[in-house]
Write a protein of this length. Structure first.
Length: 447
């Protein structure tokens, strides 16, 4: 039907009745029945609002009109979703009004509004009490904190402090025009204690649209995530883990992107569940390719990394799962990969038949930055004719590693023996033929 796109690689989520009973805290715009323009809405509000298609039969429960209908759930509605739903018309004007309402419901409680008095208190907290010991400032001539910045402050809560600065503060930071986004930290941090106290020297990184892409949630979140990651490495706290877009902040308030919700372990893909968990799910599938064999001593740790990503990313555009890559070798080979590439992660867009592979460490930070980069369109992807299907394989009985090689050798020997046998038969037949011809020739010559 309509739905404005509806390909499997869509940012629009298909929500079942049970999904609706366990929504995250973020605002939602729900479409019941055939509603156009959802794809554009999901793209415009990526990272801030969840846009979903819900069963048409539930339209009345969420706003009292029959399908097609649109309902907006404000931030934090989650448990009481049906009661708090606000109905809108299922047309462009209705969708626009629902979008405005959803964005307006995002709280700005994690953003410090600067400009009244000195920003010293703000910087003192930001540079000492956050994981990255950094401050993120948005210089704007708007009166209200923009929704993108509110979402960002929730996604990276505890990682850095967020401040909203008026134009009057721009000169102080050499900013020539608004909007401008800066991340600042103390250059002397981590040096000798007295030096650090004596000279707080602010340095930082600025979001540059020419370099980082347009001012969108995906681009800004990828920029902030990369700064957080660099800062944690500098501070030697890399193992602590940056919480990327939609992450569970340190404060643990049930907030953005279903963070911290128990979403269960990441599913293992098989022929039976591949469509449900990946191709038919909508959005992107992030598939960890692991050696599922009994000899892989790191499998549990690798699955723990994946579980962390799945928990953090609940409600986001990526659905996480894993594949026993030493069992499903044909699938892996379709992407030009083999056992020596494991462990790694593929992000697949089944609808657009495109894919990308992570390079680097198999840890939550590297993989989150990679996945968010693909989702935000900042990582290059490759095309594939079609996402290969998973074959039905009994992975318990598959020979792997040295066994597989030994089995290959045995198979090779068997094939070679067959070839030699066939050649021997052909040679004997040729010799017999030649002998018969020679005998006939001799008979003729002597008769």
């Amino acid at each position: 039907g309509g739905g404005g796109g509806g390909g499997a690689a869509s940012l629009v989520r298909d929500l079942s009745e049970s999904d609706l009973s366990s929504l995250g805290a973020e605002p939602h715009v729900l479409a019941f029945g055939d509603v156009d323009g959802l794809e554009a809405l999901a793209e415009a509000t990526y990272g801030q609002v969840v846009v979903g298609r819900a069963p048409a039969a539930l339209a009345a429960k969420y706003g009292g009109k029959e399908a097609p209908a649109v309902a907006m759930l404000p931030f934090g509605a989650a448990e009481k979703a049906a009661k708090k739903a606000v109905p809108f018309a299922a047309d462009a004007a209705g969708l626009d009004a629902a979008k405005k309402g959803a964005l307006a419901s995002l709280p700005d409680s994690l953003v410090d509004k600067l400009g009244q008095g000195s920003p010293d208190m703000f910087f003192s907290a930001a540079l000492t009490q956050t994981a990255a010991k950094a401050a993120c400032l948005l210089f704007s001539d708007k009166a209200e904190v923009p929704p993108i910045f509110r979402s960002l402050s929730m996604a990276f809560e505890g990682q850095m402090q967020f401040g909203f600065a008026p134009p009057a503060m721009m000169a102080q930071f050499n900013i020539d025009r608004a909007p401008a986004l800066l991340v600042l930290w103390n250059e002397n941090e981590g040096k000798d204690e007295q030096d650090a106290q004596a000279g707080m020297k602010l340095t930082g990184a600025r979001f540059m649209p020419q370099v980082h892409g347009k001012f969108s949630y995906g681009n800004i979140a990828a920029f902030v995530a990369s700064v957080v990651e660099q800062r944690l490495q500098m501070l030697g706290a890399h193992a602590g883990g940056a919480k990327p877009a939609g992450g569970e902040g340190e404060g643990g308030r049930g907030k953005a992107a279903g963070a911290g919700k128990d979403v269960g372990p990441p599913p293992e893909l098989s022929a039976a569940n591949f469509e449900a968990e990946c191709t038919q799910r909508g959005g992107l599938c992030a598939v960890a390719l692991l050696d599922g064999g009994p000899d892989n001593g790191n499998k549990e740790a690798q699955l723990a990394v994946l579980a962390k990503l799945r928990r953090r990313g609940a409600g986001g555009p990526l659905s996480y799962s894993w594949l026993d890559a030493t069992c499903h070798t044909d699938f892996v080979a379709a992407f030009g990969l083999g056992e020596t590439d494991l462990p790694t992660m593929l992000v697949l867009s089944p609808g657009k038949a495109r894919w990308a592979r992570s390079v680097g460490a198999f840890d939550a930070e590297t993989l989150a930055a990679f996945g968010n980069g693909v989702a935000a369109g900042r990582r290059a992807t490759e095309s594939i004719d079609a996402v290969p299907a998973l074959q039905e394989v009994d992975c318990a009985s598959v020979a792997r590693g040295a066994d597989a090689v030994a089995e290959d050798d045995a198979l090779g020997d068997e094939i070679m023996a067959e070839i030699l046998e066939e050649e021997r038969r052909e040679r004997e037949a040729r010799e017999a033929e030649a002998a018969a011809a020679a005998a006939a020739e001799l008979k003729r010559a002597t008769s």
